[in-house]
Design a protein around this ligand. Structure first.
Ligand code: ZN
Ligand code: ZN
Length: 369
């Protein structure tokens, strides 16, 4: 919410998004799409509440159905038609479907619950068919508008500032869980709604777990510390990782850190509109192979982010998409050695025609605490 309680995305942008779906129904041989509550529904309407369905029909356009708790909120946030269901939302949706004479309705298999699906099917008109439609809205969401990029940029600013504030005070003896709590507190104080995922602070051998949870363990001399964090700002995510070292790093740490940093820079260099996402992943892997560390890199090089912390495109070995200007993606190679530790460096970047813009301003030199 901004000061007037409205989304910073202009209503015309939501209307254009919903119109694009409406106009895309025919080529998918659908006369309606049912969008389940969640990020796709927010993307198409601006609605931030729970318990809503969006029905987009060829004939009538977009209709948001929610319950009375959201009457005021929906009126403020949404410019499409709104219906308030007095009973279950699905009953109202079923009525709207029959009213519009829908015979082929798309639904989102990855978004709808089985219970909601079972509630929907018996309410469809006789001979009407429910068709699974995967990845359509996610595909539209990949390329961000200027307004969306401004929100992501702001979210990146929040997490980077919070990191600086906490990293400046990091010392041996502090608990991972206290540092994670401090990072999240700082992000909120800087205007974040919440962290964009559970903050990772993983030290010592646990830094070799790419998705470690913070523990009560204290930072100790000679430990690597992976800090992976992000903020949601007005619904849009940021994501960054920095690896720090407690004490004086030896040659093995310095060499592995250099390998990851070079891999990250090579991947950033490979980002450009038109390039296959797999080529970015390859650029990082090639550098790590030069250090004999390619087998220690156990995940893909990056992912899209926006209304969700992980969204298409994925930048992995087997991914087939091409980068487009306006995509916001992370670049985050890492190496993980069991019994030793892990190093990851992650920035959020925006793809441009000539390359990319790195949004994360935080230094990537090995930081010693
Ligand atoms: Zn991350
Ligand atoms: Zn990430």
């Amino acid at each position: 919410m901004n000061n007037n309680g409205l989304s910073p995305i202009p209503p015309a942008e939501y209307e254009a998004r919903a119109r694009a779906v409406r106009e895309g129904l025919a080529e998918r041989k659908l006369d309606a799409l049912l969008v389940s509550n969640g990020p796709n529904l927010r993307y198409l309407t601006g609605f931030t509440g729970d318990n809503a369905n969006l029905l987009i029909t060829e004939a009538a356009g977009a209709l948001l159905v929610t319950d009375p708790r959201y009457r005021i909120q929906a009126a403020r946030e949404v410019s499409c038609a709104v219906e308030i269901a007095e009973g279950p939302v699905v009953v109202e949706v079923g009525e709207a479907i029959r009213r519009e004479g829908v015979t082929r309705i798309g639904f989102e298999p990855a978004r709808i619950t089985y219970e909601a699906y079972q509630g929907l099917v018996p309410r469809l008109p006789l001979h009407a068919e429910a068709v699974a439609v995967s990845g359509w809205i996610e595909g539209l969401r990949m390329v961000k508008s200027a307004a969306e990029l401004a929100l992501i940029r702001h979210a990146v600013g929040i997490s980077s500032k919070a990191f600086e504030q906490v990293a400046a005070k990091m010392r041996a003896g502090m608990k991972e869980s206290d540092l994670a709590a401090e990072l999240e507190f700082r992000m909120r104080r800087l205007g974040a709604e919440k962290p964009s995922f559970e903050t990772i602070v993983a030290s010592g051998e646990r830094s070799a777990l790419p998705h470690a949870q913070p523990t009560a363990e204290r930072l100790c001399e000679g430990a690597l510390v992976v800090v992976d964090m992000g903020a949601f700002h007005q619904g849009y995510a940021s994501d960054m990782t920095r690896t720090l070292f407690v004490g004086k790093p030896g040659p093995k740490v310095k060499r592995a850190y250099r390998a990851v940093l070079e891999a990250q820079l090579a991947a950033i260099d490979a980002v450009k509109a038109g390039r296959p996402t797999a080529a970015v992943d390859r650029a990082a892997r090639r550098v790590l192979a030069g250090y004999g560390l390619e087998r220690a890199f156990v995940h893909s090089t990056g992912h899209g982010l926006g209304l969700e912390i992980h969204e298409p495109p994925r930048l992995g070995r087997r991914d087939k998409k091409r980068l487009e200007a306006g995509m916001a993606v992370t670049i985050e190679p890492g190496v993980y050695l069991e019994g030793w530790g892990g190093i990851r460096i992650e920035d959020t970047v925006v793809v441009t025609k000539t390359g990319c813009e790195v949004l994360t301003p935080t230094s990537k030199e090995l930081r010693v605490v």
